[in-house]
Design a protein around this ligand. Structure first.
Ligand code: PGA
Length: 254
């Protein structure tokens, strides 16, 4: 059975003191209140990962993720962080291809395929983000656009490697805007992506693929989104910065 995951994407927020308090609050609330098989992933800025690990190690269902990694193994890439470095501090997950990386850092499908590959080679589990812009949703075949993102960056993987990838569908028009996709819109895309995976890897792999929804998901709308049969959890931005709200979203996935 596929995993249910609620992941927080802190983006470039919180200083060290705030990061420690947020994490310890989330760890305590999740330990005390969350039952069932949902897995919680905190994708924090790189520099906090080692300090936060001692908190997240306390609860088996909580783990850490990075928000990015470089596509090359090592070398003269000032300011970058490699997949091997993340593996060496035992960070299990890494976000790849968030729309902000695509938009502000020029990351394209080909580069993201390299990042997914090197993450997997180092034993990390990529959370691969995909999604369409507002203009694409209004003017073009947005289902085909998002499916093409999967094809271009993931479909060269072996079925075994693909099985380690988590997909996060994040319509760009819903990220940080307060405009959430309706549950019908989310379900339509998730079902379409699952069918697309099935067409390439077969029904079993598709059925085992975790597909998260992201984009203005909050404690009010999470339960309705998570009730969709093909929505396996969420990738949460703004609402992951508040421990109570984030934990309530995790509980909506229980
Ligand atoms: P949001 O961000 O929840 O603040 O819309 C989601 C994301 O960017 O992953």
């Amino acid at each position: 059975m596929r995993k249910r995951i609620v992941a927080g994407n802190w983006k470039m927020n919180k200083n060290l003191t705030e990061a420690l308090s947020l994490t310890s609050e989330v760890v305590n609330m999740v330990r005390d209140e969350v039952r069932g098989d949902v897995e919680v992933v905190l994708c924090t800025p790189f520099i906090y990962l080692t300090s936060l690990k001692k908190y997240t190690d306390e609860v088996t269902r909580i783990s850490l993720g990075a928000q990015n990694c470089h596509q090359n193994a090592s070398g003269a890439y000032t300011g970058e962080v490699s997949a091997a470095m993340l593996a060496s501090i035992e960070v299990p997950y890494v976000l790849v291809g968030h729309s902000e990386r695509r938009q502000y850092f020029g990351e394209n499908d080909e580069l993201l395929a390299q990042k997914v590959k090197i993450a997997l080679e180092n034993g990390l589990k990529p959370i691969f983000c995909c999604g369409e812009s507002l203009q694409q949703r209004q003017n073009e075949d947005f289902l085909a656009i998002v499916k093409a993102q999967l094809t271009a960056s993931l479909f060269d993987l072996s079925p075994e490697d693909f099985g380690k990838v988590v997909i996060a569908y994040e319509p760009i028009w819903a990220i940080g805007t307060g405009l959430t996709a309706s549950s019908d819109q989310a379900q339509e895309m998730h079902a379409e992506l699952r069918a697309h995976v099935a067409s390439h890897y077969g029904a079993q792999v598709a059925d085992d693929t975790t597909i998260l929804y992201g984009g203005s998901c909050n404690e009010k709308n999470a339960a309705e989104l998570f009730a969709c049969p093909d929505v396996d959890g969420g990738l949460i931005g703004g609402a992951s910065l508040k421990s109570r709200e984030f934990t309530n979203i995790v509980k909506a996935r229980m």
